[in-house]
Write a protein that binds this ligand. Structure first.
Ligand code: HEC
Ligand code: HEC
Length: 295
């Protein structure tokens, strides 16, 4: 997995309130339900979700809110909390996605999780004002986002874009069959599916949340980049080429978006991160209770 170090040139959406921006993106494609993803995977919070981080969190089932601030419960940010965030959150919540908190560095003084006010508070006064209040998980919106499957202030986290629609899959095939070119069909149909990096995937994008320059390879913000794009580029997944012009069936991108389960060709795309396990939620809660320290 790659970190997200390379900066974007510009982030023109910064002036827009987050909720308005997301509505814009969702409203443009009525067959999608991007705002209503809080159904299937959200209800599985208590179920035995795949624990992709292995043992992380399991050793810190603290029974949540019994400790007191700074009581030295033994939860360490670097050892216990950061691995959870890295596995499930930072593909989207990185330093360049400035409309949402930077979870890759919660202590970032401008955009970090701790200084970032809850953008949903105004329309949802029942939610806390801040995403994290050190020492006070009950007033930290972050805990609601990761633990309340019935949340109405935005979607439960980790979030994921919807699967591509049948029409979008057909368009991707058509684009590759016709030579995977940077033409009018690409601009009007395909770019919308990939999304615009830095704009949280809007309008209607489903890939660029994770696949941007400096994020997870490939960079779907520029599919024609000979090094980190997709067209005629060898895949990281062994034995595959990402996109072979004229040959959708042997293009890994098509295989991934059409797949419904993990195969030797990898995970279906867009990727879905499982909800946090109760033990992982406890670990994050305990970290806040202990003062959200950089320890
Ligand atoms: C695929 C991208 C993606 C992933 C992965 C993801 N998020 Fe988010 N997150 C978003 C988007 C988009 C929003 C804004 C919409 C919303 O609040 O529902 C958001 C909003 C939030 C907010 C609210 C910020 C505010 O002030 O409104 C919090 C807190 C949050 N995410 C935490 C997390 C945590 C913790 C994880 C990992 C467990 C995570 N997210 C994983 C995309 C993502
Ligand atoms: C929530 C994050 C996320 C989203 C959204 C996402 N991906 Fe991915 N994608 C990943 C990660 C992580 C990997 C690397 C691990 C793997 O291969 O599964 C990956 C790998 C891939 C690969 C394989 C690259 C290679 O060289 O092996 C392709 C192709 C791909 N994604 C296409 C897409 C497309 C197309 C979309 C949108 C329809 C999409 N992804 C949306 C996270 C995401």
């Amino acid at each position: 997995m790659r970190s997200s170090a390379a900066p974007f040139a510009a982030l023109p959406h910064l002036a827009l309130p987050l909720a308005a921006m997301l509505q814009m993106g969702c409203g443009s494609d009525s067959s999608d339900s991007d705002t209503n993803t809080n159904t299937s995977n959200a209800t599985s919070t208590g179920a035995p979700a795949t624990n992709a981080t292995g043992a992380t969190g399991a050793t810190h089932s603290t029974g949540s809110q019994t400790g007191s601030t700074g009581d030295g419960s033994g939860v360490s940010y670097a050892a216990d909390v950061a691995p959870i965030f890295e596995e499930r959150c930072t593909h989207c919540h990185h330093q360049n996605a400035t409309a949402i908190p930077n979870i890759a560095d919660p202590f970032d003084p401008t955009n970090g999780l701790i200084v970032f006010a809850n953008t949903w508070h105004e329309g949802h006064p029942e939610t806390p004002e801040m995403n994290v209040v050190p020492g006070d998980p009950a007033n930290s919106f972050l805990i609601q986002k990761i633990s309340d499957p019935a949340l109405t202030a935005g979607d439960p986290m980790p979030w994921s874009p919807d699967r591509v629609t049948e029409q979008q899959a057909a368009d991707l095939r058509q684009w590759i069959t016709d030579g995977a070119m940077n033409d009018a069909f690409y601009a009007s149909n395909i770019q919308r599916i990939f999304g615009t990096p830095g704009l949280l995937g809007n309008p209607g994008g489903k890939c660029s949340y994770c696949h941007f320059d400096g994020g997870v390879e490939p960079n779907l913000g520029d599919p024609f980049d000979p090094e980190n794009g997709v067209v005629n580029v060898a895949a990281t997944t062994e034995g595959w080429t990402r996109v072979i012009p004229g040959d959708p069936d042997n293009s890994l991108l098509i295989v991934r978006v059409e797949a419904t389960e993990t195969t030797e060709a990898g995970d279906p795309m867009p990727k879905v991160y499982p909800t946090l396990t109760p033990a992982e939620i406890d670990t994050v809660t305990q970290w806040i209770l202990d003062g959200a320290q950089n320890n």
